[in-house]
Design a protein. Sequence first.
Lengths: 380, 1104
Amino acid sequence: MTTSTRGAAKVPAVLVLEDGRIFRGRAYGAVGETFGEAVFSTGMTGYQETLTDPSYHRQVVVMTAPHVGNTGVNDEDAESRRIWVSGYVVRDPARVPSSWRSRRTLDEELAAQGVVGISGVDTRALTRHLRERGAMRVGIFSGNALPDEGTMLAEVRQAPEMKGADLSAEVATKEAYVVPAQGEKKFTVAAVDLGIKGMTPYRMAERGIEVHVLPATATVDDVYAVDPDGVFFSNGPGDPATADHAVSVMRGVLERGTPLFGICFGNQILGRALGFGTYKLKYGHRGINQPVQDRTTGKVEVTAHNHGFAVDAPLDKVSDTPFGRAEVSHVCLNDNVVEGLQLLDRPAFSVQYHPEAAAGPHDAAYLFDRFVSLMEGQRA
Amino acid sequence: MPKRTDIQSVLVIGSGPIVIGQAAEFDYSGTQACRVLKAEGLRVILVNSNPATIMTDPEIADATYVEPITPEFVEKIIAKEQPDALLPTLGGQTALNTAISLHENGVLDKYGVELIGANVEAIHKGEDRDLFKEVVEEVRKKIGHGESARSYICHSMDDVLKGVEELGGYPVVVRPSFTMGGAGSGFAHDEEELRRIAGQGLTLSPTTEVLLEESILGWKEYELELMRDKHDNVVVVCSIENFDPMGVHTGDSITVAPAMTLTDREYQVLRDVGIAIIREVGVDTGGCNIQFAVNPEDGRVIVIEMNPRVSRSSALASKATGFPIAKIAAKLAVGYTLDEIPNDITQETPASFEPTLDYVVVKAPRFAFEKFPSADSTLTTTMKSVGEAMAIGRNFTEAFQKALRSLEKKGSQFTFTGEPGDKDELLREAVRPTDGRINAVMQAIRAGATPEEVFEATKIDPWFVDQLFLIKETADELAEAPELTPDLLAEAKRHGFSDQQIGEIRGLREDVVREVRHALGIRPVYKTVDTCAAEFAAKTPYFYSSYDEETEVAPREKPAVIILGSGPNRIGQGIEFDYSCVHASFALRDAGYETVMVNCNPETVSTDYDTSDRLYFEPLTLEDVLEIVHAEQQAGPVAGVIVQLGGQTPLGLSQALKDNGVPVVGTSPEAIHAAEDRGAFGRVLKEAGLPAPKHGTATTFAEAKAIADEIGYPVLVRPSYVLGGRGMEIVYDENRLEAYIAESTEISPSRPVLVDRFLDDAIEIDVDALYDGEELYLGGVMEHIEEAGIHSGDSACALPPITLGGFDIKRLRASTEAIAKGVGVRGLINIQFALAGDILYVLEANPRASRTVPFTSKATAVPLAKAAARVSLGTTIAELRAEGLLPATGDGGELPLDAPISVKEAVMPWSRFRDIHGRGVDTVLGPEMRSTGEVMGIDSVFGTAYAKSQAGAYGPLPTKGRAFISVANRDKRSMIFPARELVAHGFELLATSGTAEVLKRNGIKATVVRKQFEGTGPNGEKTIVQLIHDGEVDLIVNTPYGTGGRLDGYEIRTAAVARSVPCLTTVQALAAAVQGIDALNRGDVGVRSLQEHAEHLTAAREDQ
C-alpha cells in the first residue's frame, strides 16, 4: 500500500482568494504555486474527464465531492492530451485507487503534470463563498516555506482575470487532424477546435461522421476546404466576447447555409453571430446534474455543464437576426439561463451544455442525431 | 401538465405491522404521501393495521382505517368509501400484493377504482423473475448494456435439481418470487441446502416459483433510486454502494451513498441501464429501485432486481440526499411532472434534477441475534436485521464511525486497545459475513493483515479496505503520540473518532478528552443537507456534524426544544417511540417553540426534514448530543431537552446531560432513577403502601439461590437496566438458576441480577398515564390476553380492559397516582401491574413514553404524546383540558360502556430465522421480548376486534376446518370451554393422546393424532407435524410444557410457521380466538374509520 500521499500530506498549502479569504490545507499533486479563476464543480464522478477538459484552462477547480481520486487514473477516460485545470482543490484525496482500469494514482498524475493542488480544506465553505461572492481569482501556494498572507494576496490580485480572456488558441490543436467515421462513412464534418473534448468527435464518428478537427485559427476557406456536410464549433475556455475570429467564421458558415452545430463556447459564438450579447454568470454552471428543458418537446434532460458565460437572448419570443428567425430552444430550469439556440430558417443550432457528456449523463445524446438529420435534410 | 382533475379521492394502502424487511420506512413514505395528497385537496382514505405509525394518526388522512390489510377488508373499505383511485406503491410489498389481488379478483373493476403510481403490468414485469429477465434482455438489445445473471426458473423440486445442472453446479442462489425483503432466499452450496432453501422458497412464494441463479458472490453491489414522470422524464435520485459485496442482502449490508468506487463511464452505464429498465418495465409515474452487481475484475454489469415502488432504499436515499422520493412519487401519481414540482430544500429549483452530495452517507444495520440465540447469524440474501442507523460525514471515515456508534450496541464501535487476536483466525472469521464482521476485519488489520489479505477474505473493495487502514493508522498515531496535540486531535475527529474512543486509546476518561478538546477549541460544525452541494442556498435546516471549518446553523429568536429520538429500530425500541417524538415536535411547534429533532434512524418520520423546525441527523451518544445542545445554545435560547419520548436511549443520557448543565425538561433524572433503581423504587412503593412481588438482587449464584429459596420457585430473573426484557427468564428450579447466572455476562456488582417471585396465572395490566405534579390523567388501561410472564411487548392486550371492573380500575388509578407522585413524574409514565388472586402487584414502572402510547392514543382518541410534551414544558393537565388537547372531563380509565374495543397483537419474526442446521427457531413466547411490530384490531365488541387483530398480524382466523389441540397440564382445565365452542362452530378437533383423553372425559370428541416421535403409523397415519406440513390443519393450539427445551411442541410450532397456520401458544389466546371465530361466523364484521370511532366516542363521552 502506497503512502506517498501520506508523506506529501504533511506539506502545508494555502488557498488565497482575491477578496482576501484564506483556507489552509495540505499540498496535493505538485508542490509550488498556481493562479486562476476559482470555480466549483459539483459532479460526483468523472474527475479525470474534468481535469482534462480544455474548457477548464486557467481555472482552479474546487471539487464539491469530498472524495476524489478513488478510481485512480486510466488510459481511456481523458478528454484531451493533458490536464488543463490550473489548480485543484479537494477535501479527501484517495490514498489507494480502486478500479480494474486504473493505471496510476491521481496524486501521481497531478504531480507528473505539474498541477498544484490543495487538500484538506473545507470545500463546502469555499463553494458557499464562491456562490455568494461569485467566481474570482485565486492562488494556491504550497511548500514548506510559504510567503506571508499579504504577499500571496498581492500575487493573486496580479493574476489575469477570466473576463476578457481569449484562450481558445492556447488549448486548441495546432494541426488539423481527422477522426475517421466508425463503420460506413456518411458525412464529413469540419469541427472548429476551440478547446474540443475527445468525446465530441467520438460521438459524431459513432454516427458515421468523418470529423476534420481544425485549429481555432481556421478560416472559412479552411472549413470549406474539407468539403463539409456540416460544421461544428466546440466548447472552449475564455470569454466569448473576445472570440471575434470564431464569430466571423461562423457567420461565413451561416451565410452558406451549411448545417451547423455548436456546443458550449460554440453556443456563445452562435449567439454572438446572431447578434445577441454574452455575459458572465456569477458563479457559472459546473456539474453533471443540471435540468435542461427542451422547449420544443417540454422534456427535461439531466445534463453536464461547464460554463461561466451565457448568451443573453430573449426567452419569450422569436428573434429576428441577420440569418432569419432564431429562438431559445433550451433553458436551464434552475435559473432560466439560455442553454440552446436554434435558427428557424436555416439548419443551425447549438447548446450551452455538453451532450457528449464526458463526464455526465447521456440524456442529450439525441442532439448528435439532430445534427445528423440536419445534414440528411440538406442532402435530400 | 398540472394535477389530474378526474381524481377526487384516493385510497392509500400502508404496509401493516413492522416486520423484518418492511419497517418504519413505509410509515415515513406513507405519511409523506398522505400529507401531499391531502394538501392537493384530495380525499385521502388510508388503510393500515399498524397503530404505532404516524400515518394512522387521524389528522394525516381524511378517513383512517386501522383494519387488516387483506383483500377482504380492503374490499369492504372500497365498497364503503368508493375511492376514485388506489395508490399501492407506498406500502411496501404488502400494499403491492394486496392491490394486485384486488385487481385480479375484479374488485377494482367492480368499483371503478383506478390503480395509480404503477400499473399491474409494470408490477408484474418488475417483480416476476421471468418477465424481468425479458426486460433486461430487451434493454440490452436497445442500449448494449446490462444483463441478468444466468438463471433457471423452477416450479417444483425436480425443476430445481435440473436447474443446478443447467447452471453448471453449486453454489447457486435461490430466490422465491413475490416475497418481501427477499424472504426465503439464500445460497445453496450442496443438494441438502438446496432442498431445504428451495423447498421453503416454493412454499413461501405465492406463485410457487423460485429462481436459481449463477453465483455472483463477492461482486461489487450497487443500487440506483430512480423516478419517472408521465412525460417520461427520468432522474436518478441517488446511487448507493454496498460496503459488503454481493451475497449479503442490501438491508443487512453496510451501505454508502454516493457510490464511491465507480468512474463516470461505469456509473453512466448503470444510469443508462436503470433508465432503460424503468421505461421498459413501464413504471408510469413514481420511483423504483434497481440493484446491480459489478464484477470487480472486468466491470461486467448484472442487473439483479428492481422494485417498482417506494422501498427501504428509497427512504434511505431520501434521507441521504434531501430529495423526498415518496412525496414526489405521490405528486407524480396525481398528474404532476418533475419539472412542475419545486425542490423543497432550495425552493427555487425544480425536482427534475439529480441530487449531488458533498458529504458521505453510511448506513449500518442493527441486528437482534441475541434475542434468537439458536438462529444462524450468517448474513445471506434473506434480510435479518431489525433496524438501521445512518450517519452523515464530510468523508467516509467520519460517516462510518458515526454510523457504528449510532448503532448504540455494545461492541459496535471499533476498539483499538487490547490484543487483537490471531491474524489468521480473524481473517478466517471475516470470511463469513455476520453482524460484527467489520470488527473482526479491523482486529485482523490490527493483528497485521495486509490490504490484499483483507480483500481476499472479504472481497470488500480495496478503497474501503484502505479507509479501514486509514482509521487504524489514525488510531496508531493517537496511541503513539507523546501528547495529544491539537493537530492530532483534530485529525482523529475528522476521521470520526469519538471522545470515548480517543479516551480509550489514550487511557483517559471520555469527559477529560472532551474537556481538552473544548479547551483547544476543537468542536464540530454543522453542515446542511441541501441536494445540490451548496450550488444553491438551502432553506431547510437539515444538519449533520463534521469537523470542518464553517458552521451553517443560523441564529434564531424563539426558544428551542430539543427532542432526542430513539435511534435505530430494535426489538423493544421501535417505531412507537418515534411516534411520540414526532407528536412532541408537532405539539411544541404549535405551542410556539422552535423544535429541534435529533435522531439517526433513516426509516422514520422524525428524520423527515418536514417534521421539525430543525433536524440534526446525528448519533444519540452523550458527546454528539452535548455538541448539538452547544450549537443550539449558540444560536438562540434553548428551553430544554426532552429525553422521555425516545425510549431507553435518550432516557439513559438524562443524568449525564443534567450533570453537564443541559436543561432536561419533564421528569427529572433523579425521578427516572427513582423508577429504574430497584432500591429506590422499592422505597416509593413502600411509602405508597403498594405490594410488589417478593424480590431481591444478587450478584452471585449463592445470593440468587438464597433469594429464590426464600420467595419460592418459579422466579423471574433478569439483569437490571434493560429494555425489552433482554436476558429475562422464568426459572423453575435451582439447576437452571445456576446455569442462568453462569451464562449471563451482564452481571457485575454494579449491575446485579434481579430475582422476582413469578406470579403464575396472574392477569397482567399495562397503564399509560400522564402526571403534572398535581393531577393524574389515566391514558388507558390495557388488559393482557396472555398471562403475566410473557413480555408485555409480545402479549396481546385489550383496551378498555375486558374483565376488570370499576373497583379494579379505581385501585389501578390510585396506585398509578401514588407511584407517579412518589417518583416525581412530569409527563408520561407506564406501569405494569399483575393481578394475582385479589392482590394488585406492581411489576415495574417506566417514567417515559411507552411502546403502547400510540395504541392507547388511537384507542381512546386522545393524543397522549402531545400532551406529555406540553406537560414536560410546564403546562398543566387542567390547562390542556381547557385547551381541548385532553378531554374536558374524564380520562382513559373511564371510557363509556359502548366505547370501541381495541386489541393490540404482537407480530413475531419467526419465519426469518433458521438455526445453523436450517431448522426454524422455536416460537414460544416468554419474558424476553422478541416481536418486531404490532397491529391493532378495533371494533365494537372484543371478539371481532380480536379477530381483526389476528387477521392483521397473521392472516385471518379460520372459521371452520381442523383444529389441533395440545396443551400443558396446567392449561387443561381452561381449555375445555373454548374447545367445546370450536366444535360448536363445526371444527374437527385433533389432539395428542393426553389432551384427547381430557376432552373425551368432558364429552368433546377429538381425533387422536400421532406425535412426532411416534413416527408414521402402521397404516400410514401421519404424525401431527406431517399433517401440518401437508396443509391438513387450519388452527393450532399448542402451549409449551414447563421448562424443558425442545419438546414435541417445537416441531409443531415451527411447522406452523413454515405453513403459516395460525398457532396459539396460550389458552388465553385460544379463548380470545374462539370469540373471534364466533364473530366471523356471525358474519357481521364491518369496517369503521378511526375518525368515525372518535366521533362516536366523543359523543358518548359527552353523554356520560
